[in-house]
Design a binder for this molecule. Structure first.
Ligand SMILES: Cc1cc2nc3c(=O)[nH]c(=O)nc-3n(C[C@H](O)[C@H](O)[C@H](O)COP(=O)(O)OP(=O)(O)OC[C@H]3O[C@@H](n4cnc5c(N)ncnc54)[C@H](O)[C@@H]3O)c2cc1C
Ligand code: FES
Length: 284
């Protein structure tokens, strides 16, 4: 039986020093934060709310998946990283931030992924910056001896950041790019579809997905078509991250129930895909 994962600890609100900010490209960086208590409490797929500046613009914090847990030489949690893609004012400020700066960080937040135990297999499907919640999930899967595969899609080969990190962890890697510069040409749903078709129904596979909404919807359809459970991590706009502002609501339904709106910061960001009313979900 899989352990039931819940967000068991109160989130911490800390001022974290920036340990480094490694630019991977013109729009991606990995920001490392000195945050041992958050690192120690974090579960796979949880997120933090980061204030991109000390001033009033932007006023609100921005949500980011916890990308990696940083550890000291003796294995103690030291901090976290976030994989930042600049799309607007807050993420651009975070891309520019330098070592030694101090940022307000609240977390860990949200319902985490539930890693499956062997003989079940964990198949992660990431689109672009949707890779971010999967390092912690991959580590949890590998730690319990679960076979793990990452299907990782992006526009071009140079947008497939940190793929080798997963191989180092022992994760099987399947890549696709829209221009064919690495892996199969096209969307990542094609190799996922082919791989699911190739495994017998007796093999227990759990699909986990994170990326643009249309991609997650397509992955959910592919998984359902093969009778596989799919868990998605939604990336709705969030104002507070703690259930207070309702900026993050998503249309959901319980089995046999009527659609309603639920807050993805506290009821998610991880949902079983069949709970989401995809046709009513605003797309990013
Ligand atoms: C649980 C969760 C985890 C996330 N993890 C990561 C992560 O690990 N790395 C990362 O780079 N981003 C992540 N995001 C998305 C990130 O929070 C947004 O990109 C960020 O809030 C945008 O802030 P901004 O000030 O730069 O953009 P704004 O100036 O506020 O907006 C600029 C543009 O970005 C669009 N935008 C705003 N929010 C999102 C969003 N959630 N997704 C896509 N487009 C958006 C807006 O519609 C607008 O067009 C996550 C979001 C959630 C909810
Ligand atoms: S982000 Fe405020 S309620 Fe979810």
């Amino acid at each position: 039986m899989s352990q039931v994962y819940t967000s068991r600890v109160m989130p911490l609100d800390i001022e974290a020093a920036v340990l480094h900010n490694t630019r991977l490209s013109d729009d991606y960086s990995v920001l490392a934060l000195d945050a041992p208590a958050i690192a120690a409490a974090a579960r796979p797929g949880q997120f933090v709310m980061v204030k991109p500046s000390r001033g009033l613009d932007p006023l609100l914090r921005r949500p980011f998946s916890i990308f990696e847990i940083l550890r000291t030489a003796d294995g103690s949690p030291r901090g976290i990283t976030i994989l930042n893609k600049r799309v607007g004012v807050g993420t651009s400020l975070l891309y520019e931030v330098e070592r030694g700066a101090r940022l307000q960080v609240l977390g860990p937040l949200g319902k985490p992924f539930e890693p499956v135990d062997p003989p079940a297999e964990g198949w992660m499907v990431a689109g672009g910056v949707g890779l971010a919640p999967f390092v912690t999930l991959a580590e949890a899967l590998i730690a319990r001896g679960t076979s793990a595969t990452l299907f990782y899609g992006a526009r071009r080969a140079q947008d497939l950041h940190r793929a080798e990190l997963f191989e180092t962890l022992g994760v099987r890697l399947v890549c696709s790019t829209e221009d064919g510069s690495r892996g199969e040409r096209g969307f990542i749903t094609a190799p996922l579809q082919a791989a699911l078709s190739a495994v017998p129904a007796s093999r227990d596979v759990r699909v986990y997905a994170c990326g643009p909404t249309p991609m997650m919807r397509a992955v959910a359809q592919v998984a359902a078509g093969h009778g596989r459970r799919c868990d998605v991590s939604l990336e709705q706009v969030m104002g507070c991250g703690m259930g207070g502002c309702y900026s993050c609501v998503v249309p959901a339904r319980e089995p046999g129930g009527v659609p309603h709106h639920t807050r993805s910061c506290i009821d998610g960001p991880v949902f079983t895909a069949d709970r989401i009313v995809w046709e009513a979900l605003t797309s990013h």
